[in-house]
Write a new protein. Structure first.
Length: 257
């Protein structure tokens, strides 16, 4: 191994899968040996059986679909509003000076702290869940996109001015193309955070979703179902992560990320 030297695609797949094999082996050794009681940690096979029961008997696939819709809905709203604002803040310093103090203040506020207020304002329906995801994602998107847009190379901007571009053209033809690959990476990261927010929202005042199932399983002391729900979230996140990376490579093949 040498610092910063990339590995082949095959080696990356083998190494990545190898970690999961080692992880499950350690998990199985701890539970099958009786070192950790089932009350505190279900074994891998018991977790799979609990998951199969959830999917075949309790309609867990519907809970998964509902949670995915909530995450995607709240995330898309946050991205649709946050990316343009972030680009404007990065491109135009007066806009940044106006919004940046409040955005920096708001991004430190935990989205979960708003849940009691949101339940009071919007009830326990979908609006409350979407609002939690939006609050948790929007300000992070804005500040990160603003930093990316503000880091656009000045030599490119000056070259565009020399060629006769105006401010609008600078944003459209220099800043946005330069920032787009990193903006996609930012959205990929924020989507992961959005999953955290939706599970928190579903733990309180929800009647459906993965978080609701995990909370019900906690009341029944069924660690197998709880772990299966957590694993499902991880698998969905892993798939969306790969999809984001593939989309980024397809849209911006010139960018090395």
């Amino acid at each position: 191994m040498k610092p910063l030297v990339p590995v082949s695609t095959g080696a990356r797949i083998v190494l990545g899968a190898g970690f999961f094999v080692v992880f499950v082996a350690i998990w199985g050794a701890a539970t099958w040996s009786g070192w950790v009681p089932p009350l505190f940690l279900a074994s891998p096979d018991r977790t799979l059986r609990a998951g199969w029961s959830l999917l075949t008997e309790f309609g867990f696939a519907g809970d998964i679909a509902i949670t995915i819709v909530r995450v995607v809905g709240g995330f898309l709203i946050a991205a649709a509003l946050g990316v343009p604002l972030g680009l404007m803040m990065g491109a135009f310093k007066p806009i940044e000076a106006f919004f940046e103090p409040f955005v920096s203040f708001a991004r430190y506020l935990p989205a979960s702290a708003f849940i009691p207020l949101l339940i009071l304002w919007a009830g326990v329906g979908e609006a409350q869940k979407l609002s939690v995801i939006f609050i948790g994602s929007f300000f992070q998107v804005v500040i990160m996109v603003a930093l990316i847009a503000g880091a656009t190379r000045m030599d490119l901007v000056e070259a565009a001015y020399t060629l006769g571009a105006r401010s609008r053209g600078i944003v459209r033809r220099v800043i946005i193309p330069s920032a787009a690959p990193q903006v996609m990476e930012t959205l990929r990261l924020v989507l992961g955070w959005a999953w955290t927010y939706v599970i928190v929202a579903e733990l309180i005042g929800a009647t459906s979703g993965i978080g609701h199932m995990i909370m019900d399983s906690q009341r029944l002391l069924d660690t197998g179902q709880m772990i299966f729900g957590i694993v499902v979230i991880g698998l969905i996140g892993l798939v969306t992560d790969f999809l984001f990376k593939a989309l980024n490579r397809a849209l911006f093949p010139w960018a090395v990320l």
